[in-house]
Design a protein around this ligand. Structure first.
Ligand SMILES: Nc1ncnc2c1ncn2[C@@H]1O[C@H](COP(=O)(O)OP(=O)(O)OP(=O)(O)O)[C@@H](O)[C@H]1O
Ligand SMILES: [Mg+2]
Length: 256
């Protein structure tokens, strides 16, 4: 029987920055609907891997395949349209825009309406806005921000802004979602909310690639754990790899 095509696959993925080899010939497979957590010390190449997958940066060599198709020099936008989304390690919000407006802008990528560019409020635009709002509200509901839809995004706490970042990524109904340190800097209460939301996202069958230092969370949510050190894969397998001596030694000394 032939092997099913993986949702995502990186082959011999290498990224150098000057003299630094951030990723060194990394081979990984991400199965549809599974959760992979990337762990490793600071500077081990976790964010660079997510950046190469999502098109933020170009690999020096090697390939990224989405459902068998080589993404090559495909732009970030085209990857988003192909169902590949991400959140960033740091929170980005636009000054002067509400929570809901952030969601609408995120959706323009997939619905073709340029919200910011619209000066004339045509009936067509109003209809599209209504449809987009109807799609956005359940996602805000999911992350617990529906009651804040009309508030400025900048008025949200750090943890709430991270939840908004997740909602923005989910608004495009991704097949593959990459999350870079979703829990870092989030209060314990909102961490519980985030963990619950990620559990729900997982149940919906989204393939998740999560960079996270919180080992209890990683052990809890992962189907596959990938341990990186100096750009190389030290171990990849079920969460039980975390109790391996080499992995333990690699991860001790990791700071958030
Ligand atoms: N734009 C860049 N220019 C130069 N060097 C970079 C750049 N991005 C990453 N690096 C280097 O590549 C290596 C891997 O960095 P990366 O950010 O991928 O690590 P990380 O595992 O995400 O670390 P952290 O846990 O601190 O977020 C580091 O040595 C880093 O300094
Ligand atoms: Mg990082």
């Amino acid at each position: 029987m032939s092997r099913p095509v993986p949702e995502l696959e990186v082959t011999a993925l290498t990224r150098r920055f000057g003299g630094v080899t951030a990723l060194d010939a990394v081979n990984l497979t991400f199965t549809t609907g599974e959760v992979t957590c990337l762990v490793g010390p600071n500077g081990s190449g976790k964010s660079t891997l997510v950046d190469c997958v999502t098109g933020v940066t170009r690999p020096t060599s090697g390939s990224v395949r989405l459902r068998g198709a080589d993404l090559g020099r495909t732009s970030q936008r085209a990857r988003v349209r192909a169902g590949l989304r991400r959140t960033f390690q740091a929170v980005h919000t636009f000054a002067g825009l509400t929570v809901l407006e952030h969601m609408l802008i995120a959706q323009q990528e997939t619905d073709g309406v340029r919200w910011l560019a619209q000066v004339v409020r045509s009936p067509g635009l109003r209809r599209a806005e209504k449809t987009a709002t109807e799609k956005a509200m359940p996602v805000l509901e999911l992350v617990g921000l529906a009651g804040r839809a009309g508030d400025q995004a900048s008025a949200l706490s750090y943890g709430q802004q991270k939840l908004l970042g997740l909602a923005i990524a989910l608004a495009g109904e991704p097949n593959v979602l990459c999350l870079d340190e979703p829990l870092a800097g989030v209060s314990p209460r909102l961490t519980d909310v985030l963990v619950g939301v990620l559990g729900e996202v997982r149940r919906r069958g989204v393939t998740l690639l999560v960079v996270e230092h919180d080992i209890d969370f990683v052990a809890d949510i992962s189907d596959q754990v990938v341990v990186l050190a100096e750009g190389q894969v030290v171990a990849a397998g079920p969460p039980s790899v975390l109790s391996d001596d080499v992995v333990f030694a690699t991860l001790s000394g990791t700071t958030r």
